[in-house]
Design a protein around this ligand. Structure first.
Ligand SMILES: Cc1ncc(COP(=O)(O)O)c(C=O)c1O
Length: 409
């Protein structure tokens, strides 16, 4: 079956932060974060093309609304127990997509969100104010959830080597030793660079973590969104030690566009760690599954869901190819490293801005003016960068790049 990745969905008035926030309709904050938009600055005639927050402008796989509707038709939504089917769906998904073996119900725990899961794990792994290692550039949500809870982020910058983002092993080890770090958040695939880490890279980071007794929270929320045939390797599959020192967090939310339903989960194999973290999760009194999001996950992690994701990855690979080729050919001075996973581009506008005497604020504003709603890369630690979401029908990506060529670059 072929699924629909070409129709343009009208999301206006449908509770979508991606399209309603830039027009001011959704207020000024989003989950406590200040939204980057002032009053709508679009010129007449330019409809908004949402290319910022990480959700998608595709209708999800039909088995998800079918599962939600089937459950919603039963008019009782009282306290409930998670079904075995929910756990079976997760186990099957990881077996079939990532070759995971030995995963059982007891290793899986529900999380309201990936960021909530990170905070619960850090509460067990860190003393107040402790340093936490992260690679930069880094996802803005990590910065907020770690700093808001009083821990100290220590950044180890990724390095560009022959056009590939690489981990600087010496730098990370030096910082781990000097700062006495025992907790790290690892992002795999990496947002915002789109790196899909290779086995030897994962082995090398795990060696360093093991050597210095660092526990790892591996955020693998993007692990289904792989471009051009790249393969995801779960960090826990690297070695027995990695399996036990890693808290891995997943969700169907990026993969199937379910962020508004809330529903992530973590996998922890080590019993001591799992029971300590489960205690913290329970003590918040709000880390509870939602019956409709449970059914959504069952609809997602299905044979149709697998087929849909495979097609989605082809579409995203095509969009990324189109955008990167366009930038390379027509925006001299703008640098983009081709992502291997995710649907995000991280544009480095340093050279273009220097050559044209412009600031990144002016570039961003010029995009907003013509309806290209992209995102400031500075909160992701890209000094003159813009983050761009390409999870839209190709015709919308083409329209955005035509406008950028005509009016911005
Ligand atoms: C790397 C990464 N982790 C976590 C999240 C957010 O996850 P959640 O909404 O489940 O907290 C995102 C969203 O973009 C993300 O990119």
């Amino acid at each position: 079956m072929r699924y629909d990745f070409t129709s343009i969905m009208d999301r206006h008035g449908r509770d979508s932060v991606a399209v309603d926030a830039p027009s001011g309709a959704a207020g000024k904050t989003f989950f406590g974060m200040e939204l980057p938009f002032g009053p709508d600055s679009r010129e007449k005639g330019f409809d908004p093309i949402p290319m910022w927050v990480a959700d998608m402008n595709f209708p999800t796989v039909p088995t998800i609304p079918q599962a939600i509707i089937a459950r919603a038709e039963h008019p009782a939504y009282g306290y409930y127990l998670p079904r075995q089917e929910y756990f079976d769906a997760i186990i099957r998904w990881h077996e079939q997509r990532n070759g995971v073996t030995g995963l059982a119900r007891e290793h899986i725990g529900y999380e309201n969100g990936v960021l909530g899961g990170i905070v619960s794990a850090l509460q067990v792994l860190c003393a107040p104010g402790d340093p936490v290692l992260l690679h930069s550039p880094t996802y803005i949500g990590f910065t907020h959830c770690i700093e808001d809870n009083g821990w100290d982020i220590v950044l180890s910058p990724l390095r560009l080597e022959d056009g590939v983002w690489r981990i600087d092993y010496e730098d990370m080890e030096e910082k781990i030793v000097r700062r006495g770090i025992h907790a790290a958040v690892f992002c795999s695939p990496h947002n915002p660079t789109g790196r899909v880490w290779e086995r030897w890279e994962l082995e090398k980071v795990m060696e360093i973590y093991k050597k210095h007794d660092v526990f790892v929270i591996s955020d693998e929320i993007w692990s289904d969104l792989l471009l051009d045939g790249h393969r995801h390797i779960p960090l826990q599959s690297i070695s027995q030690d990695a399996r036990e020192r890693t808290v891995a967090i997943y969700a169907p939310s990026k993969t199937f566009n379910l962020a508004g339903l809330i529903g992530s989960y973590r996998i922890i194999y080590d019993r001591y760690l799992r029971e300590r973290i489960a205690r913290v999760e329970a003590s918040t009194h709000y880390n509870a599954m939602n019956v409709l999001s449970m059914h959504a996950l069952i609809g997602a992690y299905s044979p149709e869901g697998m087929e849909w994701v495979d097609q989605l990855c082809e579409v995203l690979s095509g969009n990324v190819r189109y955008a990167c080729d366009f930038i390379d050919a027509r925006f001299p001075g703008v640098r983009v490293i081709r992502p291997q996973g995710t649907y995000m581009l991280f544009l480095d506008c340093t050279q273009w801005c220097a050559e044209h005497g412009k600031t990144v604020d002016e570039v961003l504003a010029a995009g907003y003016k013509v309806g290209v709603i992209w995102q400031d890369g500075r909160p992701f630690h890209g000094p003159c960068h813009i983050r761009m979401n390409l999870a839209l029908p190709l015709s919308r990506v083409q329209e955005a790049f035509d406008r950028l060529e005509k009016y911005v670059f």
